[in-house]
Every structure is written in structure tokens, then in C-alpha cells.
Design a protein around this ligand. Structure first.
Ligand SMILES: *Cc1c(COP(=O)(O)O)cnc(C)c1O
Length: 871
């Protein structure tokens, strides 16, 4: 029989241990090992049955069991201690509180997905995990951040395999009442609500759920509420579900609804309004439109701003992070679809034409019929960044069409390299070793440099424990997967002995878009087989990853791979584990000796799984892409060479796969086994470094990785960089914009209105140089004079600079520097002469050119208006 009605009965926890409810709802437990240990100790068996979910555990405990626990003074004392630890964590001053005045009071962080714990499956991959790690590190650092996202009824799909290895998706529905969430309510108890007007008089309503990520609140909008029509209810049905209008409506709810939710939250809690708005990828970009709407609405802003003024004001305090150089990763909607929905009154008072222009691909190669979310993101944010140094370079090139005439290097997109939340991703065993050997504070900061004091034997024993734990977990998962594929228990005895806790273990797990090349390792199956079955130094490989449900090419790759792993000859050495998620990841990263990454360079914006492996002492074997391009140093792993030079796709894959096999065979495996084998055979000569039969070189690479990469890949480093380089400047710009009733943006917008139409008249008429000898030498200086016609503009409106450097073969300037020319003298109507002494500071071919840019104190970057004149 089916239930006609269902509801969730919340557990009543006895008063003596009632703090358990808060401990279970504040997601700090997901990275705080002692709190997890407390829950486990309440009832280890139920803990496993509840999939290590504290709320599920509380729901599963019976009244009698609760009474027993409450009567146990030991339990009560431990609950009290955990509660005190949480309260201290929530209230004590942390890093941010030492920054002094001027740091933003509140920062809103928008993301379509948040990967915080497997208990809240609201993520699909790297973008979401990164967002989760961002919130957690913000909490640890005391940064007053607030997350904004959507609550998907089914989250992302669960993956299993059919008998013939085809990916199967299922979408189990989540019950928000059983999740660590609280519904935001008005004072009268009714659920707080945001609404968006849709075309045809429809209304999209959403409730707001709040999760607590340590100190950081996270607001999730849920459209599955009474009063919505079916389509509106379905807006938050699943993550990256439908395409087209469904996706557009999701993003409108996330961006515009998200701003409204923040206003409701601030009103109900009496907390500060965000001073900075950060959008994690373009999906939440419509937040800028809602902020413009507020500024143009007399009922919100008593002396409302014009479109241009509101745009300038919104931009000042907005940060946009682009995450992908893969075009398919960027949302593009039909322009007409966006027009239709805004024409329907979504942003009353805001002109629709300019909104459409924000997303227009009006540059070489752009599609006039398209509304591009990344392009809008860049136009709505005064500050933008990519997520690794190389990705910064790639993004500047990719979006350079928006800045015609500028050198690619001057495109105003910087980079902040991603990081990972160390307490979440360090294995508890490794954390315990660190605590015992060099103090508990290690979990508060990623200082692993003391690992050099730990003996090689202890490090190696730890690595074996982690590898063994992975092997155990993998066997269980493999067996479960085979049962789903239709095998009977009697056929599965072999799964109990797959993998070997003493064999070099290589991991590969990530989403399965084509560019990540899941199947590169299959390029030469015979060669792979030989590596797996090598008599002296075999390898074993554990693979996982979900393909996007609509991506048949990805599913085919999974199928090819799984069919290879099904071969009885190799199935004990290579396995595919379905349903990659945070829970699997936490055993997988620490258990692998080597983390493999072979994307098509430069399509991996950053990649974070290798970082999570590194903080557990796994070594990376990766194409020089993303973070590895800037952090590989020769002793922390291996670089797979890239065959970029005009080779066709097939040829390139062949070359790179061959390089991968070669590295595994001649470098990685021998180093892992070499010294052990030699020592065991008594053949270790004095020239061979070893310490008691241990692979000394390998272990030194582990220590180096922990000590050196640890701090660099930490999300604390990342969040601190965002604070210093982006949030704080954005808050300052935002304050300047708001001051004196928005006086400065009113002035700025008027100035832009004057400068933009006048710009075509600006040109460099001629350039002279004086004082250069016949054979110029380093140290000589030359007087450079530029005659510039400014049309109707004044010299204060512009900056005129000489750009100088080494002149290349076709006169392009390399390795350039910039010197601003000053002392403008009027030489005729609209004509000015600018000059400066230029010091010749290098030998060889010296060259220079002149560039003229608009200048205004409120611009964060001289390229901001995308106006330039050169000569
Ligand atoms: C870290 C992580 C990812 C992202 O890994 P990339 O290397 O960035 O592709 C995806 N899924 C899970 C479960 C992760 O933990």
C-alpha cells in the first residue's frame, strides 16, 4: 500500500543531551572529527546504518535509547564538551577579526551548487565542492560570508551501471525536513517567501531554507511550495536538469530570487546587508539585475538612480569568477527567451534593451541571437578572476573580444588559484598522526612542515593503512555494483580479493566530460595490461566518475572503460566504482599513491582533486594544466608532457598516452618499488639510497608534497586571497559608490556618458623622441612626446602612456613596461602634448608605442570601459 500522506516527525531529544540537535544541524560536524566521533559513539551500529548522517542517526534512535544515553553521565559530559567547542568556534575572534576596520561586514557568495557533505547532495562536481570548501574556509577564518543557492528536490543523480556497463541514473527525492536545514519563517510563523513575476501573470514563489556551515549561513531557495503552478514547482526539481527555459528560470531564481532572499534574511535576523556580491560562475549573474532594479526603484532607493548609474553602483561591489575555458560549460540562452521573460515584468522599472545588451556577444565570432551568461557576468562585475594562473591567461584570451584593441595581457581578468578545505579532506588517521606528533593546531592551519620529523617508517606505514582502507572500501563497492548489474553472490567471491594493499595504487576520479579524457589510459590496451600485470612492479587503478545524463559520449567512455575492467585477466587490478561522491572521495584521495589527471591542456581550469590527494601525501601524475601548471616542481610528482604542436586529435592522444605509459613504467613504478625490491633481495648497494627497505626517494616526495603543497593548495589561502585582493577592494568601491546618496556613481555615469561617445574622436597625431644618441646605450634616456587630439575631452579625462619593451620580429612589443606621460600642454583646440623621459633599460631591439585610456578615480582597472586608442 502507498501512503496517502507523509510527514516527518522530528525527534525529541531529552533535555540533558538536547545540544545534539544543534550539533547535528550545524554542518561543522562534516569536518570536525571529534563531533563525528561523538555521534558514532552514541550507537556505532546505527551510525553506519544511517550512513554517518547525524540527523538520520537521531531520527533512528528510539525513545528508550535516548533515555539511556541521557542517563549516562559520560555521554552527557561529552555532549556538553562538544557543545562548548561548537559555541566557542562560532563566537571566538578568528583571522578575519584581526584585519581591522574596513573589511566588508558581509559578503554574499552565490553558486548553483554547494558540495558540503554527502548528506546534502546539492552538487555535481568540482564547482560545487569548491563552493562548499569556500564556505567552510570562510567559516574557519571568520569571514562574514553568506552562501546563496537553490535547494534541488533530487539534487544530482545517483549513478549505477547496467549489465552492459551503461550508466543508469536515478533521482531519489530528498525530504527537506530530514536534511540539516531550517525553514526561514516570518515572525508570525508563516514561511518566508520570495516571489518573481513571470510572463502571463504567473508568479514564481520560493521558500528559503537555511543551513549553517559553521559560522556561515547558507540560504537555499525552494520552489516546490504551495501556490506555485506545476511548472513553477518544478523549477528547483534537479541540478542541471532540463535545458532552455527551465534552466533560465532556475538561474533567474538563483540570481534575482537570491538577492531577495538575502533581504528577507537580513530583515528577519537583523544582520548586515552584504557589501560584496560574489558570483561563482555565470549562473547566478542575474543577481546584478535585481540589484539594479533595487537602485532604480523609488520604494527601495529614495532618490533612485538611472540605468547607467545603477549599473555603475552594482558593478562596484560585484566580483565574478569564471570557472571554465570549455564553451559548453558556459550558459547561453536564446536572446528572445530572455527578452520575453523580462518583457513580462520580471524587473519592473528596468529597461529591457540594456539588460539584453549585457549578455550580447557583440564581438568578432559572437552569435547575435545569443544571451551569454559569462559575458553578462563580466559586464556586471567590476572585478573578475579565473581560478589558476594558467586559467587567468586562457580566460584573458577567451574573453579578449570584449576588450577590442587591448593587449590580451591587459584584459582585466585576474586569477585566484583554487584551494581545498584541509580539515574536510585530510584523512582522520593522518590528522591524528599529525596531532600526536606535532600538536593539535595542525588542523587549524595547514602547517605540515614538521612532517620531516616523522620517520620514513611511520610515513610508509601510514600510507599503507590508508591504501588498505581504500582497498577494503573498494571491494565492498565493487561487489555492490556487480549485484546491481545482476550478478549473484555466488558469482562474486572474486571481489573479496580484488586489489592488493601492497600494490602501487593509482586513482582517477572526476566528472566525465570529453576533455578530461577518462579513456586515455585505454589508448594502447596491451600496454596498459602489461603495466597492470608487471611481474615486479605492478600497478592497480581505481576509477570513478559520473557522466552528464545527456552526454552519450561520456557514457560511452565509461562503458569502454568498464568493459576493459570486466576482463577476468585484469579485473583484480583495475576497477570502476559507480556513484562518485564526497563519501567515496574521502577514502579515495588518501588511499591512492598516485593521482592521475590527463585533461586536454588547457581545458582544466584548475582541478582540485589532485590537491585533495596531495594533502594526504599522494603524488600527482598530471598534464601540465590548471593548478599543476603552476605548482609542479619536479619533486612533488610527475608532469605528463603535452603534444600541442599541430598534431591531430588522434595523434596527440597517442603521443600523450605513450608518454603516460612511459612515465609509469620507467619512473613511477620503479621508484615506488625499486628500493624495496633491492633491499629485500639484499642487493641495495651503498650508492642506492634507502632506509631499512623503504622507498626513500618516494617517501621524501611525500614529505615534500605535504610540507610544500599543503599550504599552497589550502582553501584558507584561497579565501584569504579573495578577501585581500577582491572582497576588500570591492567593498571599498561599493562604499564609495553609496556615499552621499550615490554622488560618485551619479558623477561617474555622467562622465561615462560624456566619454564614451567622444572616444572615437581621440587619436594620437604623432610621436617624437629627442635626445637619443646615434648608438643608444643602456642608461641613456630619451624624451618622448606624444601629440594627442582629445576632441571634446580634457587631459584629466585620459591617461597617456608610453608602452616600451623588446621589439620582436614583427615589431610586436614583448616583456613590456608602461610609463605614464605627464605635463600636458595645450597646442591647439583639443590638441595636447604629453611627455616624459624614458630610461632605456635593456639592450637589443628596443621599441615603444603610445596608448591612451580613459581615466577616472572610480575605475578599478584602466581597461574597464573597454576604450583604448593607440599610436
Ligand atoms: C574534488 C571533487 C571533484 C572535482 O575534482 P576535479 O579534479 O576538479 O575534477 C568532483 N567530485 C568530487 C566528489 C570531489 O571530491
Amino acid at each position: 500500500m502507498k501512503a496517502i500522506r507523509r510527514f516527518t516527525v522530528r525527534t525529541v531529544v531529552p533535555a540533558q543531551i538536547s545540544a545534539l540537535t544543534k550539533l547535528a544541524t550545524n554542518l561543522r560536524w562534516s569536518w570536525h572529527v571529534p563531533t563525528r566521533a561523538l555521534f558514532e559513539s552514541l550507537n556505532p551500529e546505527l551510525w553506519e546504518k544511517s550512513r554517518r548522517d547525524p540527523l538520520a542517526l537521531l531520527a533512528a534512535l528510539s525513545r528508550e535509547q535516548f533515555q539511556e544515553l541521557a542517563a549516562d553521565p559520560g555521554v552527557v559530559a561529552r555532549v556538553d564538551a562538544a557543545q562548548e567547542s561548537l559555541e566557542t568556534y562560532l563566537s571566538e575572534p578568528r583571522w578575519y577579526q584581526g584585519l581591522g576596520a574596513g573589511a566588508p561586514e558581509c559578503i554574499a557568495y552565490f553558486s548553483p551548487e554547494f558540495g558540503i557533505t554527502e548528506v546534502l547532495p546539492q552538487y555535481s562536481g568540482g564547482l560545487g565542492i569548491l563552493a562548499g570548501d569556500h564556505l567552510k574556509s570562510a567559516s574557519d577564518l571568520g569571514v562574514p560570508l553568506i552562501g546563496v543557492g537553490l535547494l534541488y528536490q533530487a539534487g544530482y543523480f545517483k549513478q549505477s551501471l547496467s549489465k552492459d556497463a551503461w550508466q543508469q541514473e536515478s533521482y531519489p527525492l530528498l525530504d527537506p525536513d530530514a536534511l540539516p536545514l531550517t525553514l526561514l519563517r516570518e515572525d508570525d510563523g508563516t514561511p518566508a517567501q520570495v516571489t518573481l513575476p513571470l510572463p502571463g501573470g504567473r508568479v514564481l514563489r520560493a521558500h528559503i531554507w537555511r543551513a549553517d556551515v559553521g559560522r556561515v549561513p547558507m540560504l537555499l531557495l525552494d520552489s516546490n511550495v504551495a501556490g506555485n503552478d506545476d511548472a513553477a514547482r518544478g523549477v528547483t526539481d534537479r541540478l542541471y536538469g532540463g535545458g532552455g527555459e527551465h534552466r533560465l528560470t532556475q538561474e533567474l531564481l538563483l540570481g534575482m530570487g537570491g538577492v531577495k532572499a538575502l533581504r528577507v534574511h537580513a530583515r528577519l535576523t537583523g544582520t548586515a546587508a552584504p557589501e560584496v556580491f560574489h558570483t561563482n560562475e555565470g549562473h547566478a549573474g542575474f543577481l546584478g539585475i535585481e540589484r539594479i532594479r533595487e537602485l532604480m526603484d523609488a520604494s527601495v532607493t529614495p532618490e533612485p538612480l538611472s540605468w547607467g548609474e545603477a549599473l555603475a553602483a552594482g558593478r562596484a561591489s560585484t566580483v565574478f569568477t569564471t570557472h571554465t575555458p570549455v564553451p559548453a560549460g558556459i550558459d547561453r540562452f536564446p536572446r528572445g527567451m530572455v527578452e520575453h521573460i523580462f518583457d513580462g515584468g520580471l524587473a519592473p522599472g528596468v529597461p529591457v534593451g540594456p539588460i539584453l545588451e549585457l549578455g550580447a556577444e557583440n564581438y568578432d565570432g559572437g552569435d547575435p541571437g545569443v544571451f551569454n551568461m559569462a559575458v553578462m557576468g563580466l559586464r556586471l562585475a567590476q572585478r573578475a578572476n579565473g581560478v589558476a594562473k594558467l586559467h587567468g591567461v586562457v580566460s584573458r584570451g577567451m574573453f579578449s573580444g570584449l576588450w577590442p584593441g587591448f593587449d590580451v595581457a591587459d584584459v582585466p581578468i585576474t586569477s585566484v588559484t583554487n584551494g581545498v578545505h584541509v580539515p574536510t579532506w585530510v584523512d582522520p588517521d593522518l590528522a591524528a598522526l599529525a596531532r600526536e606528533r606535532f600538536g593539535a593546531e595542525v588542523l587549524d592551519g595547514p602547517d605540515w612542515s614538521k612532517v620531516y620529523e616523522v620517520s620514513d617508517a611511520d610515513v610508509w606505514a601510514m600510507r599503507r593503512r590508508l591504501r588498505s582502507a581504500l582497498v577494503d572500501d573498494a571491494r565492498l563497492r565493487l561487489r555492490a555494483s556487480w549485484k546491481k548489474r545482476g550478478a549473484a553472490d555466488a558469482q562474486l567471491a572474486w571481489t573479496d580479493s580484488v586489489l592488493d594493499p601492497d600494490v602501487l595504487t593509482i586513482g582517477f576520479a572526476r566528472r566525465v566530460p570529453t576533455y578530461k579524457r577518462l579513456t586515455l589510459m585505454l589508448r594502447d590496451p596491451a600496454r596498459l595490461k602489461a603495466l597492470l600485470l608487471h611481474p615486479e612492479h605492478p600497478i592497480q587503478i581505481i576509477i570513478a566518475g559520473k557522466s552528464h545524463p545527456a552526454d552519450d559520449a561520456g557514457k560511452k567512455m565509461i562503458q569502454d572503460l568498464v568493459q576493459f575492467t570486466d576482463d577476468p585477466e585484469v579485473r583484480h587490478r583495475i576497477i570502476f566504482l559507480p556513484n562518485y561522491d564526497i563519501a567515496m572521495a574521502r577514502t579515495l584521495f588518501p588511499g591512492c599513491d598516485v593521482w592521475l589527471n590527463n585533461p586536454l591542456r588547457p581545458l582544466e581550469a584548475c582541478g582540485t582533486s589532485g590537491m585533495k590527494a596531495a594533502i594526504n601525501g599522494s603524488l600527482n601524475l598530471s598534464v601540465m594544466d590548471g593548478w599543476w601548471d603552476e605548482m609542479y616542481d619536479g619533486e612533488n610528482g610527475w608532469a605528463i608532457p603535452t603534444a600541442n604542436t599541430g598534431a591531430g586529435d588522434d595523434e596527440r592522444d597517442d603521443i600523450e598516452a605513450a608518454a603516460l605509459y612511459e612515465l609509469l613504467e620507467t619512473q613511477v613504478a620503479p621508484r615506488f618499488y625499486g628500493e624495496v625490491v633491492a633491499a629485500a633481495a639484499g642487493a641495495a648497494g651503498p650508492s642506492q639510497p634507502h632506509s631499512g627497505g623503504l622507498p626513500a626517494h618516494w617517501i621524501s616526495m611525500i614529505k615534500h608534497t605535504l610540507a610544500d603543497l599543503g599550504p599552497k593548495v589550502s582553501a584558507n589561502r584561497m579565501v584569504a586571497e579573495y578577501v585581500e585582493r577582491l572582497y576588500r577592494p570591492a567593498a571599498e568601491s561599493g562604499r564609495a559608490a553609496r556615499a552621499a546618496n550615490h554622488a560618485s556613481v551619479r558623477e561617474l555615469a555622467a562622465w561615462i556618458d560624456r566619454v564614451r561617445p567622444a572616444w572615437p574622436a581621440v587619436h594620437v597625431e604623432h610621436v617624437e623622441s629627442h635626445g637619443l644618441s646615434d648608438e643608444p646605450q643602456i642608461g641613456e634616456s630619451v624624451l618622448v612626446r606624444a601629440h594627442v587630439n582629445l576632441g571634446p575631452l580634457a587631459p584629466e579625462d585620459v591617461s597617456v602612456s608610453v608602452v616600451y619593451g623588446t621589439a620582436g620580429d614583427s615589431d610586436e612589443l614583448l616583456d613590456t613596461r608602461v610609463l605614464e606621460l605627464g605635463s600636458a600642454e595645450e597646442t591647439g583646440p583639443g590638441r595636447y602634448q604629453f611627455s616624459a623621459d624614458l630610461l632605456i633599460d635593456r639592450s637589443g631591439n628596443f621599441g615603444y608605442g603610445i596608448k591612451v585610456l580613459p581615466r577616472h578615480a572610480a575605475l578599478a582597472n584602466p581597461a574597464e570601459l573597454a576604450l583604448i586608442t593607440t599610436g
